[in-house]
Design a protein around this ligand. Structure first.
Ligand code: ATP
Ligand code: MG
Length: 182
């Protein structure tokens, strides 16, 4: 039984910390209501163990967490043409799989983590994302996260939250912490 009658499209963007954790907070809430949650993380190294992945294993059946296992070197970024070409191809395939899932209505909440940045960098085709959004089952709430939301996506979404940046421990030389960043 679907939790929502009408799912909306949410975007969490901006330069501050909290976009992915906000999406996971929402996932927690939906799980508490007995809903099914799907998360796909893009641009994340496949070999990093994260708290969220360990948690998802414990919740399997109600929560699915996947990563696109296409390597992405943030240092090289979009300047590296072979990396961009390979990522575009992998993203097109993965988005087409996810489109089938959104259409099937199997999940109540679907989080596409970092897809906003992928769109901003033209690693995903805008039309392909529009198809995913428009053909999803009515009750599916979609959350897209990542820096750099562009105007067309902002117009397409029902909710847009910009996480502002004021301070980050990174500035004090404190690197990513277990249980907090991963
Ligand atoms: P989180 O996953 O903690 O909610 P986020 O999704 O908002 O963060 P991303 O843009 O996905 O942030 O950044 C990935 C990593 O970089 C996160 O571990 C985050 O803590 C860190 N980060 C976020 N904002 C900043 C910043 N302004 N300066 C340095 N590091 C940051
Ligand atoms: Mg994030």
């Amino acid at each position: 039984m679907a939790i929502l009658k009408k799912g909306l499209v949410q975007v969490y963007t901006g330069d501050g910390k909290g976009k992915t954790t906000a999406a996971f907070g929402l996932a927690w809430r939906m799980l508490g209501r007995g809903g099914k949650v799907y998360v796909c993380q893009f641009l994340k190294p496949a070999d990093i163990e994260t708290g969220e992945a360990i948690f998802a294993q414990q919740f399997s059946g109600q929560l699915t967490l996947e990563r696109l296992d296409q390597p992405w070197d943030m240092q090289k970024g979009i300047e590296d043409q072979p990396q961009v070409t390979a990522m575009r191809k992998a993203l097109a395939v993965k988005l087409s799989e996810i489109t089938q899932l959104t259409r099937s209505g199997d999940y109540d909440l679907m989080v596409l983590d970092e897809l906003v940045l992928c769109l901003h960098w033209h690693l995903v085709d805008q039309d392909q994302l529009w198809t995913l959004i428009e053909t999803r089952a009515d009750h599916v709430e979609l959350v897209l996260t990542g820096r750099g939301a562009d105007q067309p996506l902002i117009e397409k979404a029902d909710l847009v939250t910009v996480v502002d940046w004021k301070k980050h421990p990174f500035q004090q030389g404190i690197s990513a912490r277990k249980g907090i960043e991963y």
